[in-house]
Design a protein around this ligand. Structure first.
Ligand code: FEO
Length: 399
């Protein structure tokens, strides 16, 4: 067993081959883990399980490492199948009547996933606690971070918090702790996780971080349900979340485009020249050839996003439509936006892009730029001027 802290152990599954998560919604270049834990005090507690494709191996491990008869209670911080998927098989093996502690919303979801009226489920609220011997388990609801049922469980006496999805990463390595893996990699994955999963709920993250700080919990170890465990300066990831949740921007601009041939690409490159002329760093992407999850991560960090699409069937390219949907869905905040694109006859795309960015809450710069068929030198100069305008807006002090 991998020891996390005194009397606390890891029992998860390392899913090395995982390359996409939530179906195909999120790329996972560095795979992921499903972390389950045990607290072995006077009472023995299992915290969360693993995704059900791996339930046989996981439950067999619990039997071998702990012994089913020794388990006194189960805590389910979040019933999404990547964490709750093995609960059915686990409960079949545990002594009848073993209680499951979870939020009220989680209880309702467990009843719908498993349809077992005999299970003894104990709903808990923020501040509720259970003594298990030397330690107390203290529950903190994390509603909509990122599901209505989410919570975290703090082990008072061990300074360890099981934070479930919060502070996690889709990151599978031979190491288990943040001081045993590459710091650059862990932060890339923690940021990608935040941008793609938690960004829509950023204001709730801000409130929750303040609430956790106000509770004055003595936190030495943060054990999330994905990726590695924060053990060295564990509070660093809470501080980082507070930063990311507060309209975080990194000073660069994402220029992204889709096109048939090269006309809109040339416009994108001209916008980039305008940014470069003002000394503003940028990242230039062909949207259709770029991993959407990585693009969302970069857009989350960007101070400005400039989107180009040529016009097809009176609208934008399908990848641009998906991109605009992602921008709206992820509620990216505090960013400058602008639009451009080439066209052959009707030319609606740039205005559709600009309207969508405005609706998403972006501060719009300039007019939606259009170039007929292939951009002229004059068109490209106008694109470069748009780049300079975006640069000025990005460099202007934020109010
Ligand atoms: Fe990792 Fe919300 O499940």
């Amino acid at each position: 067993m991998v020891q996390v802290s005194k009397n606390i152990y890891w029992h998860g599954y390392k899913h090395w081959s995982l390359r996409s998560f939530h179906g195909n919604e999120l790329s996972t270049h560095r795979a992921s883990t499903y972390n389950s834990y045990s607290v072995q005090d006077k009472k023995t507690v299992i915290v969360d399980t693993v995704w059900d494709p791996f339930k046989e191996e996981y439950v067999e491990g619990i039997g071998r490492e702990i012994g089913f008869a020794n388990v006194d209670m189960v805590v389910i911080n979040h019933i999404e199948p990547d964490h709750g998927g093995s609960l059915g098989l686990l409960m079949e093996r545990l002594p009848a009547g073993t209680p499951i502690y979870c939020t009220g919303n989680c209880e309702r979801a467990i009843r719908r996933y498993f349809y077992n009226p005999d299970w003894r489920i104990v709903p808990v609220k923020t501040g509720d606690s259970v003594n298990i011997g030397e330690y107390d388990l203290v529950f903190v609801e994390m509603r909509m971070l990122h599901w209505p049922d989410s919570m975290m469980t703090y082990v008072r006496g061990a300074g360890t918090v099981f934070s479930n999805d919060a502070f996690g990463q889709h990151y599978c390595t031979s190491g288990y702790f943040n001081d045993t893996v590459d710091e650059c990699e862990i932060y890339q994955e923690a940021l990608k996780y935040f941008a793609n999963i938690l960004a829509p709920f950023a204001p709730l993250v801000t409130k929750k971080v303040a609430e956790i700080e106000a509770m004055g919990l003595d936190i030495d170890v943060i054990a999330p349900s994905h990726g590695v465990i924060w053990r060295k300066d564990a509070m660093q990831i809470i501080r980082k979340y507070a930063e990311w949740a507060n309209e975080y921007t990194d000073g660069f601009v994402v220029v992204t485009y889709d096109c048939f041939y090269r006309a809109t690409m040339q416009m994108a490159e001209a916008v980039a020249r305008g940014l470069e002329g003002k000394g503003v760093p940028y990242k230039l992407y062909h949207c259709a050839a770029t991993d959407m999850s990585d693009l969302i991560t970069d857009m989350f960090c960007a101070s400005g996003v400039v989107v180009g699409s040529s016009t097809i069937n009176n609208t934008v390219h399908r990848t641009t439509a998906a991109l605009l949907d992602e921008i709206k869905g992820h509620k990216l905040r505090g960013k400058v936006g602008a639009a451009f694109g080439s066209y052959g006859w009707s030319g609606e795309a740039p205005k559709i892009v600009q309207d969508s960015l405005r609706d998403a809450g972006f501060e719009i710069v300039g007019e939606p730029l259009r170039a007929l068929f292939a951009p002229s030198e004059a068109d490209l100069d106008i694109c470069a001027a748009l780049g300079r305008q975006v640069a000025d807006a990005v460099l202007a002090p934020r109010t």
